[in-house]
Design a protein around this ligand. Structure first.
Ligand code: AHR
Length: 986
């Protein structure tokens, strides 16, 4: 009785008396309209009064604000942060609830009327005066975006803690001298340093190295120094230390830490420094010091390294609720599109049907350096060639000799030709040249190939010339034709080569040979297989079919970096990409290889036409990559604005009444293309010119925007700087119709941002275009983990497609023939579709995207959920800094849409967990549901399950019939799965 009285008395006390004091430091990280934000709140509580500061970081922008109107009322906390933006004062209101353990506050954060988001602030533990717990062993796997297990079962954390450099994976190599070769199948290279927060004390640091780069072929070719906590390793040569390539070598360094971190610095001497893995093993119990990181930050990574964090189990059954009576928005009909550029041999060596590599012999061109101030926009700048150059990808046959000749050009654009001497040739011995295509010339049975070239010969040459498709080992001729009539003047020759019923193969070459002695010159040597819809100069059919199955609604082209180029004479200069192929000069692409521009502006638009997509044109906006330069707004930019207007006219203009529409008709396409969107530039947030490093894009955008609006008021203009970038770089002088946001992330990062757009403003005039995004896990093509990350992200975009009007994954293509080494076929890993000369395949991410884009309704339905399980995730520290507090990641993602016409409800459920999830689905407000439904399911056995060129259909979707559907039904969603339920109403 006494106890009960006491309890009642306690219950009657105001909560504020019972609540914990929140004085101290609190941190919060979240995604917002201006990108990733890191907040540090310093609270001082005095009774119910709260004062303090909010320090925030978003990109390179830092702010500090005094807290206003701060109150603590029991477990309810509220305050205001003032934000000045463009001479306006905006209130950021925080209203939060303190958790039972008093270590977490869940705030609703309202930024004026721009948007509302739920964020979590966590209390930073204060460093204890003594007895900082011993750090466990920290293991970091350089170059991997996911944790890796070694042979002993130890978990190595994904790549983190490095300052600078890049990563690369070499998944298929063999490594000697280790039981855990996976530790050496990726690396971080070219970094400046590595650091990791640890309590002070004694440690053993183990640095794991192996020389795995094909470009290093002996000792002395990669030499660098590194320093571990003051211990210098000078002129370190992995090759020498390990006794050769592909051998593991471990350097063990005992160190003492007195400043709260282990630091390793790297200095290049010959080639870049590299490292495969780092292990930090504590040898002592550590001594606390003021500089030591908090126990939480020091221990968080260690905990992650040694144990999988326990999942947060739901307190009841998981329920997904759909309110079919409440349509919260319209699904954008253009939500799913494609993005493309010349990267990873996407067109030449990919989609573009051409089989001959370096057909115009310009791959060895020396390109003049230009500065944007002196470069003339409309003028063609010829390239030159070093004397005695043998062209790349061409070899001699028999006793012939060959050289690049600038004295006998076909024209000013193809200002070089291949000169071939065949003086050794006679009736018994042929001589000539051969080309091995893009990692082989594909031969298919009963197939007709179209050959053409320009040629001339010296006066004494009698011919004929034989063209043949042969196996590279010289054993088989699949098809051949004779060409005669070469004269001393350039002439175009054509032939058809037809194969018999032979097995498909790709280790083949095209040969151009003769048995007549003499000299001949070749230019634009071309070989095409049958193309999609039999277009002349068209596309590879198998890849087009993979794309057609996605039913994409638009194509963003021509890039990407490919739009901008490394210099003004290396950008996508559209006027040099149209008209007869032999009058297209070509240009070097920023991804390291020559582009003939056979795949030019009209070919992009015809690609759209073939797949029923709308062109989404990116116009060059006066900014080139890196040192390429920029032209700020003003009269000097006018020629480029004019160029963009003419480019739009080429695509949309009437063939009879406009100059460039008429040119398009002359080029073979009288009908204008329908177009709605134009993007001005690409990723112009890279432009950090100017004293404040805020670049010139706002002004440039304005100049293009005004001109385009004036001539084409119906076009919607996209800013290439999205809200994920620092506010200082956004376009503010005009209101872009859309802004383009780019996200390259790992699986967990995608899951963490899968609610991002739920809090974006609904009233903002600028809508969202996710113009490049991908979960970059898996190489060369993404694996199941990536497909799950992508799908979590797609549920977010689809649920918010009232404001996310367009989205496209990037990059789309990769030629998988040569993944490493000089002249490799891949410049960027994790690409949606892979292929070699003969075969192509879709990654699990491809199938996930195909499911999303082909199965959705046009109305977004209101949804809610109960008890979705979550797991703990440790986000990497930024730029090698300390890791932030661990976050809870939901494991199940979903979205529901309905097709108004048929009443079919599409429910997409993504289970990212490795266990089956039983889920109850409740649908209110729908007419009666049919008892049977269809489920399309893509599931993997493991996160790294994937498809490849040899196993193209390892992970593909299957369809099943589901029974027992009603307004409340349950279904078990398999581990690592993406399910689309098509629920029919009666
Ligand atoms: O998709 C690869 C590259 O990523 C694009 O060229 C560029 O826009 C982005 O940085």
């Amino acid at each position: 009785m006494k106890n009960l009285t006491l309890l009642l008395a306690l219950a009657a006390l105001p909560l504020s008396i019972l609540a914990a004091d929140i004085t101290g430091t609190w941190k919060s990280e979240f995604e917002s309209q201006i990108g990733h934000q890191l907040y540090t709140f310093t609270f001082k509580q005095d009774g119910s009064k709260l004062t303090g500061k909010a320090n925030s970081e978003a990109g390179d922008r830092k702010r500090e604000a005094e807290l206003k109107e701060g109150k603590v009322d029991g477990e309810t906390i509220s305050f205001v942060e003032m934000l000045s933006i463009q001479d306006r004062e905006i209130r950021i209101n925080y209203m939060g609830k303190l958790s039972a353990d008093a270590n977490e506050i869940r705030f609703t954060r309202e930024v004026g009327d721009f948007g509302k988001a739920e964020i979590v602030a966590r209390r930073e533990p204060t460093a204890p005066a003594t007895g900082v717990p011993t750090a466990k062993t920290i293991r970091i796997k350089a170059g991997k975006s996911e944790p890796v297990k070694d042979a002993e079962g130890n978990v190595w954390l994904a790549d983190q803690g490095f300052e600078g450099g890049q990563t690369i994976e070499r998944p298929d190599i063999q490594i000697a001298n280790t039981k855990s070769p996976d530790l050496y199948r990726s690396e971080h290279y070219s970094m400046d340093s590595f650091s990791w927060p640890v309590p002070n004390g004694k440690y053993t640091v183990k640095l794991h190295f192996a020389e795995t780069f094909e470009g290093i072929t002996g000792p002395g070719q990669r030499v660098f120094s590194f320093n571990v906590q003051g211990k210098e390793f000078k002129d370190f040569d992995v090759w020498v230390k390990a006794g050769g390539p592909l051998k593991a070598y471990v350097e063990t360094v005992p160190v003492e830490v007195t400043d709260g971190k282990i630091k390793v610095t790297f200095t290049p001497k010959v080639e870049n420094p590299q490292i495969c893995a780092i292990e930090i093993i504590s040898q002592s119990s550590g001594v606390a010091s003021a500089a030591a990181p908090s126990a939480a930050t020091a221990n968080a990574p260690a905990a992650a390294a040694n144990a999988t964090p326990a999942p947060i189990l739901p307190s009841g059954p998981t329920v997904l609720k759909i309110d079919a009576g409440k349509v919260v928005g319209k699904v954008s009909s253009t939500l799913y599109g494609l993005m493309t550029e010349e990267i990873n041999f996407a067109y030449e060596g990919g989609l573009y049907g051409e089989l001959i590599r370096n057909r115009s012999f310009k791959a060895d061109a020396a390109v003049p350096r230009v500065s944007p101030d002196t470069y003339e926009a409309g003028k063609y700048l010829p390239v030159s060639f070093r004397p005695d150059t043998k062209p790349r990808y061409w070899t001699v046959v028999g006793g012939a000799s060959m050289v690049l000749d600038t004295n006998a050009p076909l024209n000013e654009f193809l200002n070089v030709s291949l000169k071939i001497e065949t003086s050794s040739a006679n009736s018994a011995a042929r001589a000539g040249v051969a080309n091995s295509g893009y990692w082989g010339i594909p031969v298919k049975p009963k197939t007709t190939y179209s050959l053409s070239f320009f040629a001339k010969a010296d006066a004494g040459f009698t011919g004929p010339v034989t063209v043949s498709i042969e196996s590279a080992d010289d054993k088989t001729t699949f098809a051949s034709a004779e060409i005669s009539g070469l004269t001393t003047a350039w002439k175009k020759f054509q032939a058809k080569l037809r194969t018999k019923d032979v097995p498909p193969s790709r280790e083949n070459v095209l040969k151009v040979t003769t048995r007549a002695p003499g000299t001949l010159w070749l230019q634009n040597v071309s070989l095409f297989p049958p193309t999609y819809k039999n277009r002349e100069n068209g596309n590879r059919a198998d890849i087009m079919e993979l794309l057609a199955a996605m039913k994409p609604r638009f194509l963003r082209f021509p890039g990407g970096n490919y739009l901008e180029g490394n210099a003004f004479n290396q950008r996508f200069n559209w006027k040099e990409t149209i008209g007869p192929l032999e009058r297209r000069p070509g240009h070097p692409s920023p991804w390291g290889y020559w582009s003939t521009d056979g795949f030019g502006l009209l070919e992009f638009a015809e690609w759209c036409e073939d797949l029923n997509m709308e062109p989404l044109l990116g116009v060059f906006a006066g900014y080139c990559l890196g040192q390429g330069g920029v032209i700020a707004a003003g009269p000097q930019l006018d020629p480029y604005v004019q160029e963009a207007l003419e480019e739009i006219e080429y695509l949309m203009g009437d063939a009879r009444t406009t100059r460039w529409g008429a040119q398009r008709a002359r080029d073979g396409h009288p009908k204008p293309f329908k177009m709605t969107y134009v993007e001005i530039g690409n990723e112009d947030w890279f432009d950090r010119s100017g004293p404040d490093r805020n670049g010139t894009y706002d002004g440039r955008f304005g100049q293009f925007f005004d001109a385009i609006r004036k001539k084409y008021p119906q076009l919607k203009a996209i800013s290439s700087c999205g809200y994920e970038q620092p506010l200082s770089l956004w376009v503010k002088s005009r209101t872009p119709d859309l802004v383009d946001e780019h996200y390259y992330r790992n699986m967990e990062e995608m899951m963490a941002q899968a609610f991002k757009y739920d809090s974006y403003s609904r009233t903002n005039a600028s809508k969202i275009f996710c113009g490049e995004w991908a979960t970059r896990v898996g190489s060369p093509t993404p694996n199941m983990s990536a497909a799950l990350g992508d799908s979590a992200w797609m549920t977010c975009m689809e649920r918010n497609s009232d404001i996310v009007l367009l989205s496209c994954y990037a990059p789309l293509f990769v030629n998988v023939s040569q993944l490493t080494g000089n002249g490799r076929s891949m410049q960027w890993s994790s690409d949606l579709i892979g292929y070699d000369a003969l075969r192509s395949y879709g990654s699990p991410a491809y199938y996930a995207q195909r499911m999303f884009s082909t199965m959705h309704g046009d109305e977004i339905l209101a949804t809610d959920s109960l008890n979705i399980s979550a797991r703990t995730w440790q986000r990497q520290g930024r730029r090698g800094g300390a890791a932030p507090a661990p976050e809870q990641l939901k494991e199940v993602f979903f979205v529901a849409t309905r097709e108004a016409r048929s009443g079919v409800i599409y429910l997409k459920v993504v289970n990212t967990a490795g266990s089956m999830k039983p889920i109850n689905i409740q649908i209110n407000g729908a007419p009666k549901l049919k008892e049977k439904a269809e489920a399309v399911v893509l599931a993997g056995k493991a996160l790294d399950d994937t498809n490849s060129i040899d196993k193209p259909e390892n992970v593909i979707p299957h369809t099943e019939t589901v029974t027992g559907i009603s307004s409340s039904f349950s279904r078990d969603f398999p581990p690592y799965s993406i399910t689309i339920l098509k629920l029919k109403t009666k």
